[in-house]
Design a protein around this ligand. Sequence first.
Ligand SMILES: Nc1ncnc2c1ncn2[C@@H]1O[C@H](COP(=O)(O)OP(=O)(O)OP(=O)(O)O)[C@@H](O)[C@H]1O
Ligand SMILES: O=P(O)(O)OC[C@H]1O[C@H](OP(=O)(O)O)[C@H](O)[C@@H]1O
Length: 182
Amino acid sequence: MSPVPVIAVVGPSGVGKDSVMAALAARDPGLRLIRRVITRPEEAGGEPFTGVSPQEFEAMRAAGGFALSWQAHGLSYGIPMPSDAERAGARALLVNLSRGVLLRAQEVFRPFAVLSLTARPEVLAARLAARGREDVADQARRLGRADMALPEGLRREITIDNSGPLDDTVEAVLAHLQRESA
Ligand SMILES: Nc1ncnc2c1ncn2[C@@H]1O[C@H](COP(=O)(O)OP(=O)(O)OP(=O)(O)O)[C@@H](O)[C@H]1O
Ligand SMILES: O=P(O)(O)OC[C@H]1O[C@H](OP(=O)(O)O)[C@H](O)[C@@H]1O
């Protein structure tokens, strides 16, 4: 049985990573979401994640609880290694990663692919403002990272524009996955 691939969903804040991941999982039960550990209050909403204090995060990291961890936006993010139960029967595991950890992730998770989402700058700004999860200053800081490039050396990567309707993006991703598995 071939191992279950991990697909990193990446792109600038507001591009729609969590929305696309949730919509993909809703369309195809074989696409499952890896639950992240973040030093963000769980009541912030959005993706289903485990919110912990910085102290709890550091204890988990020091105990080897994360296959991958990083800092961004003043937060700490940790990815536990998917369990056999999480992988059993899955077509792929989707995970929201920082663009800055992709080469490390490519060594940790095998097989591994990257789904890079893009959107026009004005779309990003409008979406962050409408979502209202961050204050205006944090929105501006996040928009400042929008142009961060993907690293050289990724073995499998596809870029899809999510400026338009979410359903169009989901169809494009599913069509690509279909072609890949054909
Ligand atoms: N294709 C789309 N059309 C319209 N609205 C969208 C689309 N994709 C996402 N959104 C909306 O844009 C906002 C940002 O989406 P989401 O939170 O999924 O982005 P993200 O990349 O996970 O952001 P962050 O990195 O800041 O968590 C949300 O309010 C979401 O509902
Ligand atoms: O700009 P880059 O480093 O690609 O991503 C920065 C952070 O934003 C996303 O998390 P979230 O959407 O804030 O939960 C990523 O997972 C990363 O942690």
